[in-house]
Design a protein. Structure first.
Length: 379
């Protein structure tokens, strides 16, 4: 079922557009040769911020609003079925649960179509209703892509009936060039974000939600006394806990040592301002923020949860990054202190190793793995 040019036609299904997703865009841009991509959003209206359409890709928006899809709507299945038949789709790659439901039902009408989905996080199949849904829909899925070994284990733990051979790990990858640019200057970056020019600057990136453990970080920071030694902590991210974290910082007496920047669009510039990176999450699938910190050459202190050890264990074994138990303020404080005690030579050696480790997660590797996976599905 290939088009006249002999290309593999992939229908990428998303429930709605919530902003460009760098991982997805890398794959679509990286797999131009030999592929035809159709990107379909189940709900509109169309957004002028969607850049794949600007780049010339076939982007479609089904005639539904988000409110229309609050409850199951069988017309969506019909719309996807029409696209699959009209365009000679070979592979449907559905992102997120709602899209998988509709894509799986449409795929049942097209026996030769291969169905793929990607799972990014943990605990996606814990509820009883979700498990029942998986039992009904997953037999039609040809391949589930897990973004880490930890995510794969979680999928199979909660869906033990599903064949392990159908779950494949494809690590997230990033554009390393964005973080190694000679245009990124620490002094200029600090000035841009209004950060202390001479401070030892620790940073974190992530939405202000309980899972990210920022409350643990603030308590560890207060106990460490890093702020009194000239350190400053800056957190990039927005979320419902902003007021609560601001109040906690005041309560701990560290309000003048903390900056909450809110949403930061230019992450490479933000990371260029830092001396160290910290991620105290309670659980994670495979965080891009840690990969980006490594690409920026930053030593990392992070919780040893989910897929994070798959990124950092090699460096942690050499004492050049640190893995700590989640929700453990003392271990977090200790690890940050150890990093601060490095000599200039130790830091230089660590940064070299960190940048080398980042190459393992080059976006080009991710694109190559997806290329191989798509082709194997067509065999």
């Amino acid at each position: 079922m290939k088009d006249t040019a002999g290309k593999i036609t992939i229908l990428h299904v998303w429930s709605s557009f919530k902003g460009d997703y760098p991982l997805f865009n890398q794959i679509v841009h990286g797999l131009r040769d030999g592929y035809r991509h159709i990107v379909c959003y189940l709900a509109g209206p169309p957004s002028d911020q969607e850049t794949l359409a600007e780049a010339g890709f076939d982007v479609r928006w089904l005639p539904f609003g988000k409110e229309d899809l609050r409850n199951f709507k069988y017309r969506v299945v019909g719309e996807l079925d029409q696209i699959i038949k009209a365009e000679g789709v070979d592979i449907v790659h559905a992102q997120r649960h709602k899209s998988v439901v509709y894509a799986a039902l449409a795929a049942r009408k097209n026996s030769k179509v291969r169905l793929v989905t990607t799972v990014h996080g943990l605990n996606r199949s814990r509820s009883f209703l979700r498990k029942i849904g998986n039992r009904i829909l997953w037999p039609r899925i040809n391949k589930i892509i897990a973004v880490s070994e930890a995510v794969k284990r979680d999928i199979l733990l909660t869906n033990s009936w599903y064949p392990a051979s159908r779950v494949e790990v494809v690590y997230n990858g990033i554009d390393l060039a964005l973080f190694g640019s000679s245009n990124l200057d620490k002094t200029e970056s600090r000035s841009f974000f209004g950060l202390p020019p001479q401070a030892l600057l620790w940073g974190a990136v992530g939405r202000l939600a309980p899972v990210k453990g920022h409350d643990v970080l603030l308590r560890a920071w207060a106990a460490s006394g890093i702020g009194k030694l000239g350190g400053h902590l800056v957190i990039a991210g927005k979320g419902k806990l902003r007021d609560e974290l601001t109040a906690l910082a005041r309560e701990l007496g560290i309000a003048n040592q903390i900056s909450l920047l809110g949403h930061v669009a230019d992450i490479p510039k933000f990371l260029a301002a830092l001396d160290g990176f910290v991620m105290p999450s309670r659980h994670e699938g495979f965080p891009l923020a840690v990969l980006e910190a490594l690409a920026a050459g930053l030593p990392v202190v992070a919780s040893g949860v989910g897929g994070i050890p798959e990124i950092l264990t090699t460096l942690a074994d050499k004492g050049q990054c640190f893995l700590v138990p989640p929700e453990n303020e003392k271990e977090l404080e200790s690890a940050m202190g150890q990093m601060m005690a490095w000599t200039e030579l130790q830091r230089k050696q660590a940064v070299a190793s960190i940048k080398q480790q980042a190459k393992f997660f080059d976006g080009k590797r991710m694109v190559a793995r997806m290329d191989s996976l798509y082709h194997n599905l067509m065999i």
